[in-house]
Each structure stands twice: as C-alpha cells, then as structure tokens.
Write a protein that binds this ligand. Sequence first.
Ligand code: GN1
Ligand code: MG
Length: 359
Amino acid sequence: MLEQKLEYIFNKFDHESEFDSYQELASGHINDTYLIKTKEKPFFVLQRINHGVFKDVPGLIENKVAISRHIEEKLKDLPEKKRKRRVLTFAKTNTGESYYKDEEGNYWNIMYFIDDSVTFEIVRDQKIAYEGGRLMGKFLTLTNDFNASKLTEVIPKFHDMSFRYAQFEDALKVASKERLNNAKEQIKLVENLKKEMHIIQRLKESGAIKTRVTHNDTKISNILFSSKNKGLCVIDTDTVMPGIVHYDFGDAIRTICNTAAEDETNLDLVEFNVDFYKAYTKGFLKKMKPFLSPIELEYLPLGAKTMIFIMGLRFLTDYLNGDIYYKTKYPEHNFDRAKNQFKLIESFSEKVSTLKKIK
Ligand code: GN1
Ligand code: MG
C-alpha cells in the first residue's frame, strides 16, 4: 500500500528513473523520509513535509532550492560529479514545480541521493568532529553573501528563547498532574536558568550579534560524510532561514559532544566531550573565523549551552503537552530526551572554563 503510494508520488517527478523499492529513513522527528531505490542509480530521497509543523511548505521548498542553487554556483569550478556530492540537488515535478501536492493535501519533494556516504548519530572519533565543524563552517561561509531577508521564516521564532519559555509556561497549565510531578526537578532547572538562557537572544535583539543565513538543525545526523569520513554535504535544509551563528554552532555541538544519543536513557553515559568540542571548533573556525566578530566568537560556548538547553526545553514542553509535536516511540520518550539534554548541560557546565579557552 505504502509502496504503491510512494511509487505513484515518485513518478510525479521528472527524473527518468524507474522505481524499484523503498526504505524508510526514520531518524527525523517531524517529516517522513524514504530512500527510493531505482532499477539503475541514482537513488532518490523522497520526503513528505509535515505541514502541521511547517505552515508554509512552498516557502520552505523555495528556501532550500535557492540555497542549494547559491552553493552550486559557488562550487561551479568543481567537476559536475563532485559538485553533486557537495550540495543537495532537488528534482522538479513533471509540471516543473519543486514539490508535489497529493490528493490528501500532503506535500512531497525529492532529492538525488548522495551515494557512497554515511551519517552518524553519535561521534566516536575526533576526526569526525573536526570534519563536521569544517563542513558546517563551509556551509555558512558559502551562504554568507546570500541575503537572509529573502528567506521565508519557515517556523517563526524557531530558536527564540522567550517564545520557547512562553510555550513551556503554557504547557505547565495543561499538563497532567502525573507529568508535572515527574518533571518537578526539570521544571525547576528551566526556571533557574531563565536569565542566562536569554543572554544570546538579547545580544541578537540589540544588533550586537548579526543575523545571517543559518541552517538551524545542524545535528550530526544532518552532516553527510564520505566513506573515508570526509565531510561531504550538509543535508536537511528544511529549516534554513535567518538566524545567528550560535544556533548552528551550538546545535552541532549539542550532538557531536554528547557521548551518547540524544535519547539515551542511561544518563551515566551522557557526558560532554571536550576533545570533540576542540576538534569541531577547530574545523568550524578554520572556515568561519574571518566572518565572525569578536563578540560572536566570545559567545560561542554560551551558544552551545543555549542550544542544548533549548532542545531540552522543547522536549520537556512536548512531554508536558502530552507529546503533540515530536514523533515518539514510547510514552516517556520526550521526557527521556529532555533529561538527557539537561544532563549534558550539567556536564557542559562542569567543563565550561576549559571550553572558554578554546578559540
Ligand atoms: C527535529 O525532524 P528533525 O529530526 O530533522 C526538530 C529540530 C530538533 C531535532 C532534535 C522542525 O528535527 O529542531 O533539533 O528534531 N525540527 C523541527 O533531534 O522542530
Ligand atoms: Mg530537521
């Protein structure tokens, strides 16, 4: 049934390929993503965009197509084959659109699958952290001259701390007694960190930190590596929109420096890895340093803490709301994710004086 549906959607796109089979790529929390295997390569990635979460899907697709084109133009000196491994290429529908809207109102888009590549959920090797940083830094340098105000804000206030606190405070009012009671400790922590967790936002609002094109979902699983572990291509550009460098630096650090997966329930395994922070930062700044002001640089460590925190806050909020936003695999999944992120903050805080020396 699903197979037939996917084949039907796949054939709405202009790629001259024949559908063979599919495989679900289940690591995302919002959209549905499938690898489409064809009779002859290339393979494709077919994605159903969650339009409950993303209210302006055409705007989202326009954003990512425009960013891909911009990067492609920057890489035009590379041979085509190589270039197509460094930037996402989207296929158009048979009628020339960048997305297909099906009879049920679902939006679909297709990318060419970048073959012979790997992704990671957890980093075990410093070189991966370095390469991840280099690639993210490169992504930001290549998009640095793109006018961010031309991008649709696909989720308004996505990383806005006051907005996320307001959602949390609303969730406290509707949460079940049981969940409120379970999360007592975490709720207290959120309240205690309120002032510190607004520092970066205040700097943004005052103009001290500039707005630029950012990816906004730079977790390690959104970085594609070659089979030789070289950073290849930044993927999942759904949330590309105006932001600040701390969002992308911080969200990558959140996953790269966590010694466990974001939903690991054994919190003894969750530690902040300083060596990976060093390696990521080295790779990132190799590309990005010339584009950063002293104040942007100075606040990178707090940016990391802020992004770990905001994800913990959002998972906790969703838990209190009764799991209405993220995909979950079991009832306490969001709560486990929140506890995991807050444990990472604790470990980060123990090591912060070392991190501040890394520039
Ligand atoms: C969501 O769907 P996915 O996995 O690409 C979320 C990100 C979070 C991430 C946590 C639109 O991303 O903000 O960092 O989960 N995306 C949205 O893993 O909310
Ligand atoms: Mg994403």
